[in-house]
Design a protein around this ligand. Structure first.
Ligand code: HEC
Length: 149
């Protein structure tokens, strides 16, 4: 191996290592990035209801639309065959696909309902608690069955 080639390999390795060894363009890297955005968006909505962030009706409604769009995105980045490394998805994602799909649809339904609830005017934080709870329940129900930790 020439020195130049070696440094290319080293560089590639460093780039990968910088984000936990996951290539951001791989299906795994892409779905992780979407899940992280979902978490961030969901936390901001929950934060507005719990008083951590000031409630802002239009902002909340925008966040709900964003979360709803994101909730349709991760699933296409689960490939036919499970990755060996760095995934915390259980084998069940591939072995019980119908159940996994069902839980994905139930998240999408919950975020859809959140969008509708968030558009009711006058904007009121007190109307939105149950819809946010339903979304959070859909996240955690699936993680319990399909995520390893
Ligand atoms: C239908 C199942 C399902 C639903 C619904 C779901 N997740 Fe996940 N989530 C997973 C699986 C599977 C993984 C593991 C992905 C992997 O590592 O391959 C995961 C991983 C994550 C991660 C970790 C990403 C990382 O960097 O490793 C976060 C954060 C996350 N989900 C947030 C959410 C939030 C927030 C919601 C709800 C708004 C949600 N998820 C709904 C199945 C689901």
């Amino acid at each position: 191996m020439t020195l130049k080639r070696l440094s290319v390999v080293l560089l590639a390795c460093l780039t990968l290592c910088a984000c936990g060894g996951v290539d951001p363009n791989s299906p795994l890297g892409q779905r992780k990035a979407i899940f992280k955005q979902m978490l961030k968006t969901g936390e901001d909505l929950g934060g507005m209801l719990r008083g951590r962030i000031a409630f802002d009706g239009p902002k909340f409604a925008d966040g709900a639309v964003k979360l709803d769009a994101l909730s349709h995105e991760p699933w296409k980045h689960f490939p036919q065959v499970r990755e060996e490394d760095h995934t915390s998805a259980k084998n069940d994602v591939w072995e019980k696909q119908a159940r996994f799909e069902q839980m994905a649809r139930s998240l999408e339904a919950a975020t859809g309902e959140l969008v509708i609830a968030s558009q009711v005017q006058p904007y009121k934080a007190s109307n939105l608690g149950p819809a946010v709870q339903k979304v959070e329940d859909a996240c955690s129900a699936c993680h319990k069955e399909f995520r390893d930790h």
